[in-house]
Design a protein around this ligand. Sequence first.
Ligand code: UTP
Length: 309
Amino acid sequence: MKIKKAIIPVAGLGTRMLPATKAIPKEMLPVVDKPLIQYVVNEAVSAGIRNIILVTHSSKNAIENHFDKSFELEATLEKRVKRQLLQEIQSIIPSDVTIMHVRQGEARGLADAILCARDLVDDGPFAILLPDVLIDEFRADPRKDNLAEMVKNFESTGISQIMVEQVPHEQTGSYGIVASDQNLDGTIPGSTFDITDMVEKPRPENSPSDMAVVGRYVLSGNIWPLFRETPVGAGGELQLTDTLRLLLRQEKIAGYRLCGRSWDCGNKLGYLEANIEYAIRHPNIGSEFKRYLLDKIAGKDDAGTISEN
Ligand code: UTP
């Protein structure tokens, strides 16, 4: 079955990025010159997905506005002959892509957010992209578009796919970790393996592997009834990991090892790192920014002299 729809949940509170996210949705924070949500929508579109459902919240109108037409802005750019900018604004969404919005009244967990999109997806398979994770668009093998590869795998096997990435062993306690009967250390990026279990944030000594779930899923439609059976989990929320464990009891799920790396922009350090990386590689400002950084590291002040401390 074809993957035609993607769900992007954006209804969370973004508490780890406060105070920046008090009045601005986390998903609208820019990485260099584009809001996070735009990178993730582009990724879904590149994987061939044409229907995108944003699970949103009343405090997140800025996201809806970003994907809406702005007549006033376009007319002004046209009048001022700012053609390049006008073209950029008009191509935020390709004309054959539809963005739909559905509300999650209260942030009751990721599984609850996905369930809010149920009626817009029907019974079929679908993708989920978490918008605070960026998948490296630079270092990944350009022949391997990770999400597109997961979609292709699902369409040829019917097996749900979960993207994973190797993390340092001592950091397993910050992630959802997958278990497998295979030894995962030697798995090649871009390859898949059978998942046997998933554990939320295990301590390193109890962790079944170092493969962490990184926020991209391509799931069979058989998961839909299981959302309603999912018990309330950690933090009093409905956890997607718990629903996926129910799915594992009835069918196979594959882990897809990410080719390249991810950037977790849901916390301050990861967000800053992503900004630096994407700025260095930006076609217009990259080389100048890199020179600035190198000067900074060499300890030069604004006048170009080396400072003593
Ligand atoms: P996170 O837990 O990373 O995001 O959820 P959060 O809750 O916004 O952030 P913190 O932990 O308070 O800093 C991953 C994604 O799932 C969405 C979030 O918007 C985020 O994009 N989400 C989470 C929902 O849409 N609804 C929820 O109930 C929970």
